[in-house]
Design a protein around this ligand. Sequence first.
Ligand SMILES: C[S@@+](CC[C@H](N)C(=O)[O-])C[C@H]1O[C@@H](n2cnc3c(N)ncnc32)[C@H](O)[C@@H]1O
Length: 97
Amino acid sequence: MIEQVQKLKQQEQDNNPIWSQVEAKVLDAQVLDGVEDASISHITGTMVYNLVSDGRQALKAAHRVLQPGGIVGMTLGSQAEWMDLVRTFFHTFTLLR
Ligand SMILES: C[S@@+](CC[C@H](N)C(=O)[O-])C[C@H]1O[C@@H](n2cnc3c(N)ncnc32)[C@H](O)[C@@H]1O
């Protein structure tokens, strides 16, 4: 994923300067370590915020780094039948790491 974003950035940044502001990193969504307070305009999480061990902590971290008026976009699908299974899998996997 990181490599894909970096490759896309290389390809696109001459055509669209917004890409110069894109930085790809692997971070714990519950901490967002190294991301300054109020420094981010947008956060997206597709099927992430409902799967982290501590969703409340992840939302606090998102709130910390978002600029005033910043936007969080997420999909959860938490009502799908299989979500309990997926959630259990991720929590177990996290405990085993
Ligand atoms: C269902 S996958 C969704 C991946 C991707 N967003 C997509 O739509 O294909 C859930 C993702 O959440 C990530 N994840 C779980 N806990 C996390 C955490 N504490 N911080 C960051 N990512 C986490 C997992 O590594 C996994 O890649």
